[in-house]
Design a protein around this ligand. Structure first.
Ligand SMILES: NC(=O)C1=CN([C@@H]2O[C@H](COP(=O)(O)OP(=O)(O)OC[C@H]3O[C@@H](n4cnc5c(N)ncnc54)[C@H](OP(=O)(O)O)[C@@H]3O)[C@@H](O)[C@H]2O)C=CC1
Ligand SMILES: Cc1cn([C@H]2C[C@H](O)[C@@H](COP(=O)(O)OP(=O)(O)O[C@H]3O[C@@H](C)C(=O)[C@@H](O)[C@H]3O)O2)c(=O)[nH]c1=O
Length: 305
């Protein structure tokens, strides 16, 4: 273990990026590219092999470990919760222990699905101090992962985010919501989308930018903190789809439906808008732009698929 003065914040030099083939990782490779960046994907380290995690991280001797790896299949996790817990909870704990042993700060990502949003006002936004109440195996496994990380990492930052879409597309999900909507539109519709779940879809480029700023400035947060980082504003999945079609100049029949009508196996939060207030107040980092601007930027960057 490298000796560390807890009162001195070390300069970040060597960053180990886990989950390196994912969509968020693709943007982090760019925004963290000025560091000595070491990347590990599944083929380098299978995170379900808990015993392999410690030695693999120790070998790299990182100053910072950034863990983007996750089991993201929300519905499938209901029938195979152990698969979700293996990566989202137990691997997260092993990564935290290994980061502590290496003297590294751990940056770990979590989700709005730790909340249920029951009874939340339309204009409400969850703060980091609000009590989580996950409704799905995925959400429970991610919340348990947060606890593992905060219990075992000497220094960590848990970044909760929401509804990610990035140019690379989610590896776990095989794409993202925007691409799914455009694919359904290409078939002519009607596209039916839930209109009773409110959240803030977030462009991975903006999250990766905010993460890089957090690392660069080492702000006045306690390095065991949770921080919410999403694009600004709020919408429903239905209105997000509407905006995707409008911004793409597509006229597609779009029907609002209820969560019950959609009938997914996993329960999702009815309201999971996250407040970025702490990011601005403690970290002094301007919250990412409005979700509509981010979406337009994404649409201009996406390759023609
Ligand atoms: N996607 C979303 O909408 C949201 C995501 N988040 C969180 O943000 C983070 C990043 O998500 P995102 O970039 O979208 O996810 P991706 O699915 O794009 O990337 C996750 C990566 O984890 C890797 N992984 C999964 N299982 C293992 C394993 N056993 N061993 C090694 N690697 C593994 C995958 O590897 P491989 O490429 O080989 O499959 C994949 O590259 C995650 O923590 C997620 O929970 C939070 C809110 C919303
Ligand atoms: C494809 C589709 C989805 N939906 C609904 C299902 C769901 O409630 C919502 C969003 O669809 P998704 O498939 O993106 O849902 P989901 O996989 O639950 O998305 C979540 O992924 C995990 C990893 C997170 O952490 C969350 O922040 C969130 O982004 O839209 C429709 O109503 N119609 C459709 O045609």
């Amino acid at each position: 273990m490298k000796p560390r003065d807890p009162h001195q914040q070390p300069a970040t030099k060597r960053v180990l990026l886990l989950g390196a083939n994912g969509q968020l990782a693709a943007d982090l490779r760019r925004t963290l590219g000025h560091y000595e960046l070491v990347t590990m994907a599944r083929e380098d380290l299978d995170l379900t092999d808990l015993a392999a995690i410690g030695p693999a991280i120790e070998r790299q001797s990182p100053d910072v470990v950034v863990n983007t790896a996750a089991y993201n299949l929300v519905d499938k996790a209901e029938e195979d919760p152990l698969a979700a817990f293996a990566v989202n909870t137990h691997a997260a704990g092993a990564i935290a222990r290994a980061s502590t042993a290496a003297g590294a700060l751990l940056v770990h990502f979590s989700t709005d699905y730790v909340f249920d949003g029951q009874g939340a006002a339309v204009d409400a936004a969850f703060s980091e101090e609000d009590l989580p109440s996950p409704q799905s195996q995925y959400g429970i496994s991610k919340l348990a992962g947060e606890y593992q990380v905060r219990a075992y990492a000497a220094e960590c930052l848990v970044i909760r985010t929401c509804g990610l879409y990035g140019v690379k597309g989610s590896r776990g999900k095989g794409g993202n919501f925007v691409e799914t909507m455009l694919r359904l539109a290409a078939k002519g519709g009607p596209v039916r989308v839930v209109a009773d779940q409110r959240c803030t879809p977030t462009f991975t480029a903006d999250l990766a930018e905010a993460t890089a700023r957090l690392l660069a400035t080492r702000p006045d947060v306690h390095w065991k903190d949770i921080l919410h980082v999403t694009n600004a504003g709020r919408t429903t999945w239905h209105d997000f789809a509407k905006e995707i079609f409008e911004a793409s100049g597509l006229e597609v029949p779009l029907e609002p439906i209820s969560t019950e009508e959609f009938g997914a196996p996993a329960r999702r939060p009815v309201h999971s808008v996250l407040s970025n207030e702490k990011l601005a107040r403690l970290a002094g980092i301007a919250p990412p732009r409005d979700w509509r601007d981010a979406l337009r930027d994404y649409l201009s960057q996406r390759p023609n698929r």
